[in-house]
Design a protein around this ligand. Structure first.
Ligand code: C2E
Ligand code: CA
Ligand code: CA
Length: 689
């Protein structure tokens, strides 16, 4: 329904008629505009479209017929109701008016009572027509969007009537009425028998019968159609016809297929993912329970990806990943399942291979396969692979237990520089138990104050003075020896306890160094570094202890940075903003190119002990140390050499321009009391200690 009043345009050259019509129509609630000739009327229609035009046929300038024609041709006025005012006896004018496109006519002299009714009637018709056309358009569009077509079938004549949409879906051109067999022929051969069955079921009175059928000429995309139908009977109950709709559901079917695929497969490699692998492993266990053979389970990890990811772009890493998969796939038998767990870790289920000798042979062949470099179009990578193995039923357990055993075996190989495999053994089992016990003991130890910090001095070569100390964590485990961090820090890290312990370490160390004129170095594990609260933790510490930020140097490793490089840079910038210094620890043990140093806001680089100890004997190591020092200096980064155990090494480093040295050659790490003692007597100390 229209809410605003209808707008009527009166066109007449007689002022009198216009005035009277205006009066009558305004009284009836219409809004009225007028025009004194056809030209003005056409212009009024263009600029202020009325709902109805009432127009005299006889007018100067442009007569009513020509004006009517002109208005009809205006865009938006094709269906505008136009009533012509004609003389009662003027039959010719009526004919001409209709020819010119008038909707109706009103005779002069005007019957004022009837006029208003007449207009109402015409306007209502016009509105209904507009609504009908609108709903037809909407319907057609909706059908198009929903990919809907209509069909009916005359059961007496046995012909199908297909709408244009349906014919398009079926790829049938031209004919509207066709035999069932023609519709059938458009379907994929294996779906053809479905159609008569469907019609039979409709005829048998199944009311909610539907089918999904596929169409597609050879070489063309297969489309999925969803068909439903309703049976119509005659008065005697005899089936007459079926009416139904058909919908193109290809996109929906494909989307759900894609979802199912994504749920079970790894997108990059196309290998099964851990979900599907679990399924296959469960089946293998079930087969064994029903008298089937055993199997071997391998977890394989390669270093290739890490290398590729670090050196360049993601697509390069993907190509390397695919090359890795190819190598493993080449050794896979059809009955085996290879899956990608995550990143560079894969699972291999060897069905029917329950004995260790066979499994070891496969593992050896895998290692051999990786002894040659992986080649992709942009790089060649040497990859170390590590394989954890367990065999069933020698090793008993459910899916989770077997997988965790494999991973425990794999982890024994961590840090190996050569490819190797490792079976899950009782010794590993006891180690796993041991790790759990240690975790519990560490948890208690933290609460009971069993941790202690030792401090190792750092000496500046230029001045031969102590300029800093590094805090190193110790654990006085009850009833045992003092435990070293290489053993327990990884357990703290894995359990997340390191974050809590880290607070204690920072606080204790900064309190110890508060009144010493030295830079304090504190180690941060990857987890601590990535902790979203890091900035707040450090900020609070500095505030509460009053420790100067530029006397605190946090030591992080490349691994910590690599977890998420973009985020790491943001964290480093945050720390720099607080005025805190950052050192890159263990340089040389990771995968860093010197290049990447440029992108990180660092103050200090610590060259790993591994290179420093061999400085005098290994020319390559000496060259690495030397160029690292030079490049760091170019970037404005100072260099610390770790693990300096003798004077000769120290002299060599001095010659290379190294800034600072640290190592047993100067002092072992010591507790706070011993440190203060040492500082007051050492030849490296300034007199004011
Ligand atoms: P790091 O940060 O590389 O620490 C240097 C390690 O080298 C220390 O071992 C130190 O005692 C040892 N060292 C120093 N000079 C020499 C030398 O001349 N020769 C030899 N052979 N070794 C030397 P430590 O104290 O056993 O610490 C081992 C690792 O544990 C540290 O390596 C660090 O990664 C981690 N760690 C130690 N304390 C903490 C801590 O408070 N928090 C965190 N997150 N990690 C820590
Ligand atoms: Ca360190
Ligand atoms: Ca180090």
């Amino acid at each position: 329904m229209k809410l605003t009043p209808y707008k009527i345009l009166i066109v007449d050259d007689e002022d009198m008629t216009r005035t009277m019509v205006r009066k009558v129509l305004t009284d009836s609630g219409y809004e009225v505009m007028d025009a004194e000739n056809g030209e003005v009327a056409a212009e009024a229609c263009r600029t202020n479209r009325p709902d109805l035009v009432l127009m005299d046929v006889r007018m100067p300038v442009l007569n009513g017929f020509d004006a009517c024609r002109l208005i009809r041709n205006l865009s938006g006025c094709e269906r505008l109701p136009i009533l012509m005012l004609t003389a009662l006896d003027d039959v010719l004018s009526v004919t001409l008016a209709f020819e010119a496109g008038a909707t109706d006519f009103v005779t002069k002299p005007i019957n004022w009572v009837l006029l208003s009714h007449r207009l109402k009637h015409v306007l209502r018709n016009s509105e209904t027509e507009i609504q009908l056309r609108a709903s037809q358009t909407v319907m057609a569009r909706a059908q198009k969007i929903a990919h809907l077509g209509q069909w009916s079938m005359d059961l007496v004549e046995n012909v199908c009537h297909c709408s244009a949409e349906m014919r398009e879906m079926l790829g049938l051109s031209g004919v509207v009425d066709v035999g069932v067999e023609v519709v059938q022929s458009a379907l994929l051969p294996e779906d053809r028998p479905l159609l008569p069955k469907f019609i039979e079921s409709l005829m048998a009175g199944v009311t909610d019968s539907t089918i999904e059928i596929r169409v597609g000429a050879p070489g063309q995309q297969t489309r999925h159609l969803f068909m439903s139908g309703d049976l119509v009977r005659d008065d005697g109950g005899k089936p007459l016809a079926v009416f139904g709709v058909v919908q193109d559901v290809t996109e929906r079917v494909e989307a759900s297929a894609r979802l199912a695929y994504q749920a079970n497969f790894d997108e990059i490699t196309g290998l099964p993912n851990r979900v599907l692998f679990r399924d296959r492993l469960t089946s293998a266990l079930e087969r064994h329970a029903n008298g089937g053979p055993g199997f071997a389970l391998l977890v394989i990890e390669t270093s290739a990806m890490q290398l590729a990811e670090i050196s360049s772009r993601p697509e390069v890493a993907q190509r390397v990943l695919k090359a890795v998969v190819q190598r493993i796939e080449a050794l896979r038998k059809p009955q085996d399942t290879l899956c990608r767990f995550e990143r560079e870790r894969f699972g291999l289920l060897l069905n029917g291979m329950g004995n260790e000798v066979d499994a070891a042979e496969i593992a050896t062949r895998l290692i051999d396969a990786f002894s040659a470099p992986l080649k992709t179009e942009d790089m060649e990578v040497m990859s170390v692979i590590a394989i954890g193995i367990t065999t069933f039923p020698a090793d008993m357990g459910d899916v989770d237990v077997l997988q965790s055993h494999c991973v425990a075996a794999l982890e024994r190989l961590k840090g190996n520089t050569e490819s190797a495999y490792q079976f899950y053994t009782e010794e590993i089992q006891s180690r796993v138990v041991n790790v759990m016990e240690t975790h519990v003991a560490l948890y208690r130890g933290l609460a009971r104050g069993e941790f202690e910090l030792h401090y190792q001095p750092l000496v500046e070569l230029k001045s031969n003075r102590v300029v800093g100390i590094e805090a190193l964590l110790r654990w006085n485990r009850p009833g045992g020896l003092m435990q070293m961090p290489d053993f327990f820090v990884p357990i703290l890290e894995k359990s997340g306890l390191i974050v809590e312990a880290g607070d204690w370490i920072l606080r204790t160390a900064s309190e110890a160094a508060l009144n010493l004129p030295l830079v304090l170095s504190v180690n941060l594990s990857p987890r601590q570094f990535q902790d979203p609260e890091l900035k707040r933790r450090v900020g609070r510490l500095l505030e509460e202890t009053g420790f100067e930020p530029d006397r605190l140097e946090l030591e992080i490793t490349e691994q910590a940075v690599l977890v998420d490089e973009q985020r790491s840079i943001a964290i480093l910038n945050d720390l720099a903003q607080m005025g805190v210094r950052v050192a890159l620890d263990d340089y040389g043990t990771g995968f860093s190119s010197l290049q990447r140093l440029k992108t990180l806001p660092l103050h200090t680089l610590k060259i790993d002990r591994f290179f420093v100890t061999k400085l005098l004997t290994d020319k390559v190591d000496a060259a690495i140390v030397r160029s690292t020092i030079d490049l760091s200096h170019e970037l404005g980064i100072r260099v610390v050499a770790e693990g300096v155990e003798d004077d000769a090494t120290m002299e060599m480093l001095r010659e290379y321009g190294c800034d600072i040295v640290q190592g047993y050659g100067i002092s072992r790490p010591m507790n706070k009391a011993k440190l203060l003692d040492w500082l007051s007597t050492s030849r490296y100390s300034a007199p004011d200690f």
